[in-house]
Design a protein around this ligand. Structure first.
Ligand code: ZN
Length: 155
């Protein structure tokens, strides 16, 4: 069995600058390979029900309980990378996971997850770097909340 793609990529990374280059190369590749597809089709109620049943009404990323009124049909292969509009290409997700997954490639998601777990551990255990990261993250999130609030007020 061959090693996962992410591990192959990571094996060649020896420095922080190399890691930054890898992240940017993956982003550039994603943009280059973007497929201009037709307008998105709307899923039928039956299709949505079938998708929700795949995970016993749980978000396929975080596992939170979902119902037919609050779940999003998440593309497994993104629409922008040519993912098909068939039930096989969808899994149920909560809006938070679906919005953060965005149209990242599998390799990018693996890096983001790995980075997120590392950052969480640093915040919990490493006082100086962890506190700096926590402060920066909270400041960022407060900005996001503020922008969302302004948007809602303007609707
Ligand atoms: Zn979720």
């Amino acid at each position: 069995m061959s090693a996962p793609v992410e591990l192959k990529l990571f094996r060649s990374i020896k420095t922080g600058k190399g890691f930054i280059k890898l992240i940017n190369n993956l982003k550039d590749d994603r943009r280059k390979n973007k497929v201009l597809t037709k307008k998105r089709e709307v899923l039928t109620k039956r299709q949505r029900d079938l998708i929700l049943q795949k995970t016993d009404s749980r978000c396929h990323i975080c596992g939170i309980e979902l119902d037919s009124g609050n779940f999003q049909a998440d593309h497994v292969k993104s629409h922008s990378s040519g993912g098909k509009h068939t039930e096989n290409n969808y899994l149920p997700s909560c809006s938070t996971c679906n919005n953060y997954r965005w149209h990242y490639t599998s390799e990018e998601i693996q890096i983001i997850l790995r980075l997120g777990v590392w950052a969480k551990t640093k915040i919990a255990n490493d006082y100086i770097l962890g506190l700096e990261m926590a402060n920066s993250f909270v400041k960022h999130e407060m900005g996001v909340r503020k922008r969302r609030k302004v948007r809602k007020e303007n609707v």
